[in-house]
Design a protein around this ligand. Structure first.
Ligand code: NAD
Length: 494
């Protein structure tokens, strides 16, 4: 990446964004717009359409029509693959432009955003494009006078509600498999991170996706998101975001057409460090990166550090040192390690969690405060709090900010008990040289993913999904496809 190119792109005026409905850019039905505030400096970057219920209904009608006339599902797999492959190529060709636009909108440091956003989105779209003509139906082992066929059909209209932390990456996790399987999609990006994802949708049309197959409506969750949730014409809802919204989506489903609802709701992931870790210095650096990158706004963030008591003080000192070495600042500077918190609301919520942690007996080892306030941007110092009891708020509630709570443990059983003491179960990590202990931890800690002697790495070949109140269903890998198909049996008397 070239700093000069980034600086040129950041200086560009950003036009007002409108909805994408039936292949056309349309304003809100009542003409309303909402300000897009950049977390880099608190300034209004541009405006976007403030969607209405009528806008969402128009988008769903368009998606339904596109599905019913089979303009996409009816194309030969090779043709659909070609379009999706071209889309991935276009995302890559526009990668820096998309990444900078996204960072201006959501504040993630550019080094991470470039890889995790357009880079990962293109890879995901390509993965499902390559997969789509390798997914077969089945022949059931029936008696000889019967032929039992199991078809894998697209579900119909998929509603996808996307959060603000990684809009393109998470958007692609839903769009890739949904479109590969022949569905139509209506997308609802997050209020505070819509722009890059909306631009990415334009590129899908440029790649040859027929109008109406992918629609996107910007605006407020409680208006357009609710309209999507309550629609009688959306067949599947896929969502990443907060538990509160996830619960509402299940309610909307129950109150409308019992649409399938798949939720990815974040977590309170434990990173467990034993004294016999192969490299404690490396473990400390990774523990810091595992919570502080993207200002902790990562669903799998390693937000609870469980440390074997015998090494607690030295290890915490190393983690604090690593945190203090991370440069917080302008997310569009290549040397920045930690960019801006996504919104003022989120920044204030983060600071509130720190106050509560202290009130509940925690001690701040480093950080704990807003920084660079003179920029009017939303920046927070990476924060380490020790003395966090397993039942304290900081150990129980998802902060979604750069705040690490540290809790000591004495032995394996206590580590597992603490690790499993939240309502969540998305991710976790264990650091040990003992192979048997590593496998036991993988087995006993209730999560969707466990890292061993590393944290946070993964690629598109493995599923991501939680247990407990971290949600249901999986993004990524071939397993994600199950959310976007119906099984249909044909029972044929020969
Ligand atoms: P949120 O759940 O309110 O927003 C996520 C998405 O849901 C957005 O697109 C939003 O517009 C939409 N939405 C909001 N209300 C809706 C409704 N009533 N019906 C339909 N859609 C609706 O999350 P938030 O307020 O942006 O963030 C709050 C917390 O959520 C964070 O602090 C964090 O704990 C969690 N979060 C988790 C993830 C994750 O990756 N798991 C991502 C973002 C936020």
């Amino acid at each position: 990446m070239d700093q000069n190119k980034i600086d040129t792109l950041r200086a560009e005026l950003v036009p007002s964004f409108s909805h994408l409905i039936d292949g056309r850019h349309l304003p809100a039905s009542d003409g309303a717009t909402m300000d897009v505030v950049s977390p880099i400096n608190g300034q209004v970057l541009t405006t976007m359409a403030r969607g209405t219920v009528a806008d969402m209904e128009a988008a769903i009608t368009s998606a339904r029509a596109a599905f019913e006339d089979r303009r996409w599902a009816g194309q030969p797999p090779a043709a659909r693959k070609k379009v999706l492959m071209k889309w991935a190529d276009l995302i890559e060709a526009h990668a820096l432009e998309l990444a900078v636009l996204g960072v201006r909108d959501n504040g993630t440091e550019i080094g991470m955003a470039f890889k995790a956003e357009p880079g990962s989105a293109a890879g995901t779209i390509r993965y499902y494009a390559e997969a789509l003509d390798k997914i077969y139906g089945e022949i059931a082992p029936t008696a000889g006078d019967i032929l039992g066929l199991i078809h894998k059909e697209p579900v119909g209209v998929v509603g996808a509600i996307i959060p603000w932390n990684f809009p393109m990456m998470i958007g692609a996790w839903k769009l890739g498999p949904a479109l590969a399987m022949g569905n139509s999609v209506v997308l609802k990006p997050a209020e505070t991170a819509s722009l890059s994802l909306m631009r990415m949708c334009d590129l899908a049309l440029e790649a040859g996706l027929p109008p109406g197959v992918l629609n996107a409506v910007t605006g407020e969750g409680k208006i357009v998101g609710e309209a999507m949730g309550l629609s009688m014409d959306v067949d599947v809802l896929v969502f990443t975001g907060s538990g509160g919204t996830g619960r509402r989506l299940m309610e909307y489903s129950a109150r409308s057409n019992i649409k399938r609802v798949y939720l990815e709701l974040g977590g309170k992931s434990p990173n467990i460090v034993f004294a016999d870790a192969p490299d404690l210095a490396e473990a400390a650096k990774v523990a810091a990166a595992g919570i502080f990158r993207n200002s902790g706004q990562v669903c799998v963030a390693a937000s609870r550090l469980l440390v074997e008591a015998s090494i607690h003080d030295d290890f915490v000192a190393e983690v604090a040192k690593a945190a203090e070495a991370m440069r917080v600042g302008d997310p569009l500077q290549l040397e920045t390690h930690i960019g801006a918190v996504n919104s003022e609301t989120q920044l204030n919520a983060n600071l509130g969690f720190v106050d509560t942690a202290v009130a509940e007996g925690g001690q701040i080892v480093t950080g704990g405060q807003r920084v660079l306030a003179e920029t009017n941007g939303y920046y927070m110092a990476p924060t380490v709090v020790t003395g966090v009891r397993p039942d304290a708020s900081l150990a129980q509630k998802e902060v979604f900010g750069p705040v690490l709570g540290v809790t000591p443990f004495e032995d394996d059983d206590e580590a597992v008990a603490i690790a499993n003491s939240t309502v969540y179960g998305l991710a976790g990590g264990v650091w040990t040289s003992n192979l048997g202990r590593a496998h036991r931890m993988v087995r006993d800690v209730r999560t969707g993913v466990m890292h061993v002697n590393t944290y946070g790495g993964a690629d598109g070949t493995v599923p991501l999904g939680g247990v407990g109140q971290s949600g249901n269903g999986h993004d990524k890998s071939l397993h994600a496809i199950e959310k976007y198909i119906n099984l249909k049996t044909a029972w044929i008397k020969l």
